[in-house]
Ligand binder design. Structure first.
Ligand SMILES: Nc1ncnc2c1ncn2[C@@H]1O[C@H](COP(=O)(O)OP(=O)(O)OP(=O)(O)O)[C@@H](O)[C@H]1O
Ligand code: SF4
Ligand SMILES: [Mg+2]
Length: 354
């Protein structure tokens, strides 16, 4: 299934996902170790990320954002579909070839230093990443590189001799960024890069990431459950629901004209600074709980909670992402009718059975 938009076809594509699937087996039984089902964490995602852009990925907890990010870096092996990095298929790649490829893509975590050895100095932590890719052979050049990296992320070179616990959360994230950049990647997958930080510090770190993008020629995939974070930094945004992308557009368009009922609901929960707009808006409340990705609803995965749900198609046919306007893709059978006001949300939507 390759229903890519023409709007991005001419651009310089760095990452391309084609019908990507990551299904985790659910095992039961000690002796036989039977597979009794699957968690459909990523289930048929096709998208492109252009070189130099920031692609934001948003959605509720458990919808598969981190799994998608990990699959892009081949930290998770796809169970179906393709992950292309600069026209090379990573899906079946392994060994030395994969290791070399990984140097070109790095992951940035929520609190990157919490997973690292607290007894190692910042210098040791940074050098470790470089050494893994054979980049720390010459002591003089390495020292120079370390100083450059720290200055790029706004830390003094005295930080090299300190330990992670001596820094604030924002400074630790700066060290995490330096560590990711130390191997000279082209792609950085940032998984909730600021959600562990105080709001006042979040903007500083996001601004730093934006500044580094141009200086280091980086492409970003930024994952966040917080729509405000993605709006600030992303050029384009993809909205995920239960393993699929339900809407994708330029960032501004998504925030001003969301077309998919799920995106509308997500955005209706975000306060708008303009009181006139705020007064006009109605919060869309979703009925029912988020279904389990191990047992996703038939048809449109959102149909058990969708206020616009219709009696035909919604419960039986899975909608594909369709382009409604240039660069604006929506996976909803009734997107046009909803946009044009021909279908109204049902006032009392009973949670449908899956
Ligand atoms: N290694 C694994 N084995 C089995 N199930 C997994 C594994 N990793 C993730 N899952 C499941 O896959 C689904 C998607 O998880 P994922 O971590 O990708 O979601 P997420 O969108 O990043 O959520 P959050 O916002 O909470 O970080 C969840 O149901 C999760 O429990
Ligand atoms: S396809 Fe139907 S259930 Fe799904 S989002 Fe559209 S209207 Fe709602
Ligand atoms: Mg996650």
């Amino acid at each position: 299934m390759s229903d890519m938009t023409d709007a991005v076809a001419g651009d310089d594509v760095l990452v391309e996902l084609d019908d990507l699937e990551v299904h985790f087996p659910i095992k039961r039984g000690v002796v036989l170790d039977r597979t009794v089902g699957h968690v459909y964490a990523v289930d048929g995602i096709s998208l492109r990320i252009n070189r130099g852009e920031t692609y934001g990925l948003v959605g509720e907890s458990g919808c598969g954002k981190s799994t998608l990010g990990r699959a892009v870096l081949r930290l998770e092996k796809p169970t179906g579909g393709k992950v292309m990095f600069e026209n090379t298929d990573l899906s079946g790649m392994k060994g030395e070839k994969l290791r070399r490829m990984r140097q070109r893509m790095q992951m940035l975590f929520q609190d990157p230093l919490s997973s690292l050895d607290p007894r190692q100095s910042v210098e040791a932590l940074l050098v470790e990443g470089m050494r893994a890719h054979g980049l720390a052979r010459d002591k003089g050049a390495t020292d120079e590189r370390l100083r450059e990296l720290l200055s790029a992320v706004g830390l003094p070179s005295t930080a090299l001799r300190k330990y992670p616990h001596e820094f604030s959360g924002g400074q630790r994230q700066r060290i995490g960024i330096a560590r990711a950049l130390s191997v000279g990647p082209e792609l950085v997958v940032a998984d909730e890069p600021v959600s562990a930080l105080d709001v006042s510090v979040q903007a500083q770190v996001l601004n730093l990431l934006e500044g580094l993008q141009a200086d280091f020629g980086l492409t970003y995939l930024v994952i966040a459950h917080d729509l405000a974070v993605v709006r600030h930094i992303a050029d384009r945004v993809g909205v995920m629901y239960l393993g699929g992308i339900v809407e994708e557009s330029a960032s501004d368009t998504l925030y001003t004209e969301p077309l998919h009922p799920y995106s509308k609901a997500l955005l209706s929960a975000v306060p708008v600074p303009d009181p006139a707009v705020e007064d006009d808006r109605e919060q869309i409340l979703l009925s029912g709980d988020l279904p389990s990705p191990a047992n996703p609803p038939s048809g449109c995965r959102f149909h058990t909670r969708c206020p616009w749900r219709q009696a035909t198609r919604c419960g039986t046919e899975r909608p594909v992402l369709r382009e409604l306007a240039p660069g604006h893709r929506v996976a909803c059978h009734y997107a046009e009718e909803i946009r044009d006001g021909e279908i109204q949300p049902n006032t009392a939507v009973e949670p449908a059975t899956a």
